[in-house]
Design a protein around this ligand. Structure first.
Ligand code: AMP
Length: 215
């Protein structure tokens, strides 16, 4: 098993980059946020537990998301290659991931951090729209769909995420700085960190820089 991690603040472009890297790197995209939103939608026990945290822009408990990710990795088999988007988000999650991956004879190829200024993050989150069905991401100005409010990929309605409102966004950015940013030093210490400029150019340019950083 091989695991590549995308680190970055909310709005840094992890999902957008991941959608472009899946075929280039031949990896399976695993978005912890999408998995949790799906669980909430389906009303599973995990979804019910996660919902309140997500609404407030807080992290769900490490054990809850850790179990979901560990089960998914265990089911993938020895040859699977994963691109994790949104996990790990705390040092405890990173430690748990390392245990699970090494325990299955796999390795963590790198953690790529997407660097984006806070003013740009806020603008991206305010204009973000997501497909209500397939979770594809858009931006009203930077990355609009061909037909307003309709997903190019599956034709379903685009919606604004409930946690993309200004107050929750402020909280999510504060949570990132406090709980997730320490992972940058954590992966640097393990010589596994790659830093990539996440704002300049197009989404394809960002994906290209990630591929180059992994060479
Ligand atoms: P995202 O789509 O990655 O922005 O995640 C949306 C929300 O899901 C976050 O604000 C958290 O409430 C929750 N979430 C996603 N991934 C994690 C994680 N690794 N640890 C804790 N909470 C998470």
């Amino acid at each position: 098993m091989e695991v590549l991690i995308l680190l970055g603040a909310p709005g840094a472009g992890k999902g957008t980059a991941a959608s472009r890297l899946v075929s280039r790197l031949n990896v399976r995209h695993v978005s912890s946020g999408d998995l949790l939103r799906q669980a909430v939608k389906q009303g599973t026990a995990a979804g019910k537990e996660a919902e309140g945290y997500m609404k407030r822009g807080e992290l769900v408990p490490d054990a809850l998301i850790g179990r979901i990710i560990a089960d998914l990795l265990a089911a993938g088999g020895a040859d699977a290659k994963y691109l994790l988007d949104g996990f790990p988000r705390t040092v405890a999650q990173a430690e748990m991931l390392e245990r699970v991956v090494l325990g299955q004879g796999g390795h963590i190829r790198a953690a790529v951090v997407l660097d984006v200024d806070e003013a740009i993050l806020i603008d991206r989150l305010a204009g973000r729209r997501v497909c209500s069905k397939c979770a594809a991401g858009y931006h009203v100005r930077n990355m609009p769909p061909k037909v307003a409010d309709v997903c190019d990929a599956c034709g379903s309605a685009l919606v604004q995420r409930p946690d993309d409102n200004p107050e929750t966004v402020r909280n999510r950015l504060a949570v990132f700085n406090k709980q997730t940013a320490p992972l940058i030093a954590w992966y640097r210490e393990r010589q596994a960190l790659a830093r990539v400029e996440g704002a300049a150019g197009t989404a394809d340019d960002v994906a290209e820089r990630i591929v180059q950083a992994l060479q």
